[in-house]
Design a protein around this ligand. Structure first.
Ligand SMILES: [Zn+2]
Length: 138
C-alpha cells in the first residue's frame, strides 16, 4: 500500500477516514463526487471519463455561443415618424419583419427607438427602431 489515494479529478489526498466516491477506474473526494448526479438505475458506477465529462460540463456555460445558431438577433429598422400613427405603411413593414423572424423561431424580445435628428432633410425625422429577437427553445 505505497500508493496514496487521491481524488481523480482535483487530486486531493484521500486518507483512510475521508469519505470518497468510488468510480470504476478511480475515486473522487466527497466534494467532487457531490457534483455528480445520482446514478440512474442499472448504472453501478461512473467511469472516471464520465465523471470528468459531467463535472467539467457543469463549469461551462449552458449554451456556448457558437455563432451558428445565434440566440439573439438584432435588427435595425429605419422608420418614418409616421410609424406611430394609425394605419401607417411603416407599421406593416415592421410587422412583416417581426413575423418573418417569428417564422424562423424568434420572438421579439425588446424594441427600442431612437430619433435621428436630421430635421428638414428628406422631409422630417426618422426613427430608428432596434429590434432584438430572442430564439425560442425548440
Ligand atoms: Zn476532488
Amino acid at each position: 500500500m505505497s500508493k496514496k489515494n487521491v481524488c481523480s479529478i482535483c487530486g486531493k489526498e484521500l486518507g483512510m477516514m475521508s469519505s470518497k466516491i468510488m468510480l470504476k477506474d478511480g475515486m473522487l473526494c466527497s466534494s467532487c463526487g457531490a457534483k455528480l448526479p445520482k446514478l440512474s438505475a442499472g448504472v453501478q458506477q461512473y467511469t472516471l471519463e464520465e465523471a470528468k465529462n459531467i463535472i467539467t460540463k457543469q463549469n461551462e456555460p449552458e449554451q456556448p455561443y457558437t455563432g451558428e445558431v445565434p440566440n439573439y438577433v438584432v435588427l435595425q429598422v429605419v422608420l418614418k415618424e409616421a410609424v406611430f400613427g394609425v394605419g401607417s405603411q411603416n407599421l406593416s413593414e415592421l410587422e412583416v419583419i417581426i413575423n418573418r423572424q417569428a417564422a424562423k423561431g424568434y420572438r421579439l424580445h425588446t424594441i427600442s427607438t431612437t430619433t435621428s435628428g436630421s430635421k428638414g432633410v428628406g422631409g422630417g425625422d426618422r426613427i430608428q427602431a432596434t429590434c432584438v429577437f430572442e430564439k425560442l427553445p425548440r
